[in-house]
Design a protein around this ligand. Structure first.
Ligand SMILES: Nc1ncnc2c1ncn2[C@@H]1O[C@H](COP(=O)(O)OP(=O)(O)OP(=O)(O)O)[C@@H](O)[C@H]1O
Length: 710
């Protein structure tokens, strides 16, 4: 089992207990290539063992055998004196073997805490326990003298190579790893960063961790290693204490397998032989490893603020300045879509004064609800870097199943009909997800096939008549019914009250614990903004929009959208599943190495996309009070992808929020509605929506470039 209490000193050396790891007679062949031949090696605790060898000598294959990636063809591994088989990286991790790979198995889009806990998140009441994880991560970094709590919530993408290595090493300390394997840990690092990383490696060994380091850099090997094992053509030729060899001996062993040379006494000033001393407490040169640059406190604070305004801003102006810096760095969040919405509204209002009337606004919200729902489902899939082109017609299938079941001849109650329609959609999502993950087919192709296939199924259920009317009042009221004005206000204040209390208490608790939290003024501003939006929407909906009879109140469908938004936001933001969706979108390999079951998470994401499409299909059917052959799922799915991307979800995976689907859906509904008021036909609407989509994708791509430049 993986120990649950991290950030204590790791194992203490057990001098009498033998080596932590013993490899005996390990062979590994790849067809005719003998990568390892009869390798016998002991790895003791509390020592850094350097693995040296020329290109192709077998170093990587050897560590992969220890890390559970390759099974040796012959030979035996002994872990703490017991014979073991390590069948997967997960099994190795469970025994306390952590591998820090050259390509650093970190997800760029996740922050430091999220990366350090990836695959081993702590939960409280089934939700991620962010506070406890942040505290543990902070303590671990501090114990290694990587002392910057300020930046613990910054995305790993914004870290330098040395900083990323520091995070990877801290991760192994956090998890009380007994053996840490590092593949070229200082490759591509500058002098100062190399020094930081070597110091951290030394600290690991001084805590009693066994460390294996592969490095081509002899300076590093001589600085940090206690012993050196040399491989040549897959065979282990020597293991010696580092004090008994010099560079020439190592080179001789690597190239010829033997060396008669006796190491001369090193001159005290020889830089290449300078050893890092055993640590007594945090090493000063490691302090601030997350803040190597810039050097002055003010500049460091400015940089930290720019990376994440929540980190350190203590006043409102500071927070806004930092947010502005983030926008300039390509982290614009929902700003472009909000600006776009304002612009579109101003444009249509100037063209037609009816655009911003309460009646039209509510109509627009109802029209947009189908786009919003479909887009919210699509966000799950886009976050994975995939796409689902079938959800339009999957929603249609859900709608038509529900419609058939509430026919008088069938006589099902409305709730059962809805449940079966949604279950059918979820099942379709599982089917798509399973085909995509198990057969390894591209989601684009599978769901394109799904688009045609489910259109066919929908038409078959519709039958020769081509239309299934809905006479059930409850179902028809989903899109056409309203809450009473009083209930509308009550519901709004309850929802806003719950959100405000939760936000306020959470932010206050985090501030009290010294964790990353926005200043009080920002928490207050967030609450005020939500309250103002709620009041505006309810005021709008409560204004009479009927001509012959009075029609007022919040439409039921808005509650459906709000409910889905809240549920999916919680799922993506506060659960392991959500964390893994982002992790896979950011770096699927890192997620896999963290023990995440990629196939399961992907399949669930496709299921949720289809399930949400089912809700959209039911709303659509409710609005038309029927399902017919005129249902155009092909256009709907394109609008859904466009809405998610326009809202700010990246097509490249790993970035996005459920809220983006709602905001993008609003933009599309506004274009559709505004152009409709102006008397434009469908083709013109398509062209304008396409232009907006292309602009959104361009903004996404430019922002991505901005981020990588930063
Ligand atoms: N998956 C594989 N399939 C076939 N051959 C492989 C595979 N992995 C490694 N080899 C072979 O095994 C031998 C040892 O490779 P390995 O990657 O361990 O070398 P290395 O010592 O790590 O070299 P380098 O320093 O260049 O990374 C090489 O001849 C390589 O071509």
């Amino acid at each position: 089992m993986i120990p649950e209490t991290p950030s204590q000193p790791a194992t203490t050396a057990r001098p009498d207990a033998g080596p932590l790891l013993r490899l005996v007679g390990i062979d590994k062949n790849f067809g005719p290539v003998q990568a390892l031949a009869d390798v016998t090696l002991e790895v003791p605790t509390g020592k850094v063992t350097a693995l040296a060898g020329d290109n192709g000598a077998g170093k990587s294959v050897l560590i992969k055998c220890v890390a559970g990636i390759y099974a040796p063809d012959d030979g035996q591994l002994f872990w703490e004196n017991k014979p073991v088989r390590l069948n997967s990286p997960h099994e190795a991790a469970e025994r306390g073997i952590e591998t820090v790979y050259q390509d650093l198995a970190l997800c760029d889009n996740l922050d430091i805490v999220q990366n350090m806990f990836l695959g081993r998140e702590r939960l409280r009441h089934l939700l991620l326990d962010e506070e406890s994880m942040e505290i543990a991560a902070r303590e671990t970094l501090a114990s290694l003298a990587v002392t910057s709590v300020r930046s613990i919530r910054q995305p790993v993408a914004s870290l330098s190579g040395g900083q990323r290595q520091s995070v990877s090493i801290a991760k192994s300390v956090l998890w009380n790893s007994k053996l840490v394997i590092m593949d070229e840990p200082t490759a591509a690092l500058g002098v100062a960063q190399t020094e930081v990383v070597l110091n951290l490696i030394r600290q690991l060994a001084d805590r009693g961790v066994a460390v294996i380091v592969i490095s081509h850099n002899m300076n590093d090997v001589f600085q940090v290693a206690d012993r050196i094992a040399v491989l040549r053509l897959g065979r282990l030729v020597e293991v010696r204490p580092i004090t008994e060899v010099d560079r020439q001996i190592v080179v001789d062993l690597m190239t010829t397998g033997v060396s008669d040379r006796v190491r001369p006494e090193p001159a005290p000033s020889m830089p290449s032989q300078r050893r890092i001393p055993a640590a007594k407490g945090p090493l000063p040169s490691v302090a601030g490893a997350l803040h190597e640059e810039p050097t002055t406190a003010a500049a460091a604070r400015k940089a930290a603020l720019a990376l994440n305004p929540d980190i350190t801003a203590t006043s409102l102006p500071e927070y806004f300045r930092a947010a502005l810096a983030r926008v300039r760095a390509g982290e614009s969040g929902v700003l472009p879509v909000l600006a776009g919405l304002l612009l579109i509204s101003a444009l249509f209002q100037s063209l037609n004064p009816n655009f911003l009337t309460p009646g039209n606004m509510v109509n627009l919200l109802i029209q947009g609800s189908v786009f919003m729902l479909l887009a919210m489902g699509q966000v799950f899939v886009l976050l994975l870097g995939e796409i689902d082109l079938s959800i339009g017609y999957v929603g249609g299938v859900g709608g038509v199943i529900m419609a058939e079941l509430v026919q008088e001849s069938t006589g099902w109650p409305w709730w059962a009909a809805i449940a079966v329609g949604l279950a059918a959609c979820a099942g379709i999502g599982v089917l798509h997800g399973t085909i995509i993950t198990r057969l390894g087919l591209p989601s684009f192709v599978v769901t394109l096939g799904g688009q045609l296939g489910w259109l066919g199924v929908m038409l078959m259920i519709l039958g020769s008549g081509g239309v299934v009317p809905i006479n059930d009042n409850v179902i028809n009221d989903i899109a056409s019914g309203n809450l009473s004005p009083l209930t509308s206000w009550t519901v709004m204040f309850v929802v806003a009250g719950v959100f405000s209390t939760w936000t306020w208490l959470r932010d206050a608790r985090r501030r009290d614990s010294g964790l990353v939290a926005p200043p009080v003024s920002v928490s207050a501003l967030k609450i005020a903004a939500v309250l103002a939006t709620g009041v505006a929407v309810v005021w709008l909906c409560n204004t009479n929009r009927g001509t012959l009879v009075e029609i007022s109140g919040v439409p039921w469908v808005l509650l459906v959208v709000l409910g889905v938004l809240a549920a999916w936001t919680l799922l993506l933001g506060r659960t392991r599943f959500g964390r893994y969706v982002y992790a896979i979108g950011g770096n699927a390999e890192a997620a896999r190495r963290g023990g995440v079951n990629l196939a399961r998470i992907r399949t669930i994401a496709f299921m949720l996309a289809s399930f949400t499409a089912g809700i959209a299909g039911i709303v659509y059917a409710s609005r038309l009070r029927s399902v017919s052959t005129s249902y155009d799922g092909g256009t709907l799915v394109l609008y859904a992808v466009a809405a998610a991307v326009i809202g700010g979800t990246s097509l490249f995976g790993g970035r996005g929020k459920v809220l983006h689907g709602v905001l993008g859906g609003l933009v599309i509904a506004a274009i559709d509605n505004g152009m409709g008021l102006q008397g434009y036909s469908a083709p013109a609407k398509y062209v304008v929506t396409a232009l907006v989509l292309v602009s959104a994708v361009t903004i996404d791509a430019v922002a991505r470039r901005g981020r990588s430049r930063t």
